[in-house]
Design a protein around this ligand. Sequence first.
Ligand SMILES: [Zn+2]
Ligand SMILES: [Zn+2]
Length: 345
Amino acid sequence: MHDEEQSEAPSSETLLHSSSRGNLTLGEIVKNSILYCVIGVAMLRAPVGLGAPSGSPQVAPPQAQPSSPGIFVVFLGTGMPRPDPTRQGPSLAVVANGKAYIVDAGTGVVRQAATAYARGISALQPTHLDIAFLTHLHSDHTLGLPDLILTPWVMSRSAPLRLYGPTGTQAMVDHIEQAYGEDIDLRIHGLEHSTPTGHNVDVHEVRPGVVYQDENVKVTAFAVKHGSWKEALGYRFDADGKSIVISGDTRPSESVGEACNGCDVLIHEVYSGLSGGSGEAAYFSSFHTSAEELGDIAAQAKPKLLIVTHYVGGAKANPADIIQKIQQKFHGPVVIANDLDVIAP
Ligand SMILES: [Zn+2]
Ligand SMILES: [Zn+2]
């Protein structure tokens, strides 16, 4: 979020830090985050004269305890390639019925999960991270993949990582395993006595459609348009009667609106405030979605809550400006996610 906004709004970072000091329950932690979200919406809407949201956002806490039914999202990283010290690489966890399903593996993914775990979200204990979904293979979304494969194993995860992603995921995993071959061998056969299975990856290269289902969640992949990538995916999670749609990186794609279609939460990337540099507009219009375009998409898709992440802001952009552009067309609640925000449908 923009520095100006951070100075005014109590960030969830601050709230969660204070929560951990005070030994609050997960429910209280989540309520604090939700308080922040509501504050954030109200503040960001204020400059455009819309006042506080009425009747929504329906950002009620999940059913309090990590092991109880419910679904919520933990934003592990909300950044993009630029090494913003306040935003880790793109990654989030959908937590359904106490189980974490990771989407994308940007830098810091396991350490951010460890932070959320330390603050009371047991599903994000690093050794419990054993299933993930990649939207595409851009480096900012996969730089944390070796971390997600290896660190939970080093910490004693014995189950292989189940990994769903586009064509090319298997080759990327094979290269990672090769790159760390000596490390893996030494940890298994040396004095660490690591389990011989936990570093393995069970890769599923998927096509659009239902790609995963268990007792907690159904995950449906859909194709999006991300510049010259042959395959890029978004995902819809259905659990506990709620729906969460994640756009991944995309220029405006009808498939996102079709996947949402009145969903509870739409998590979408955005850019704004281009500097006008040579080739910049051509690149962004092919690979990403402007704030104005996102307003159109959300107006059509009608999510109950729109969450903006992977925010690429040029020098002329700030969060209030992005919200204002979106709300020229979409009049529902909008939140710009920050790292370690916890948001429930
Ligand atoms: Zn990206
Ligand atoms: Zn990308």
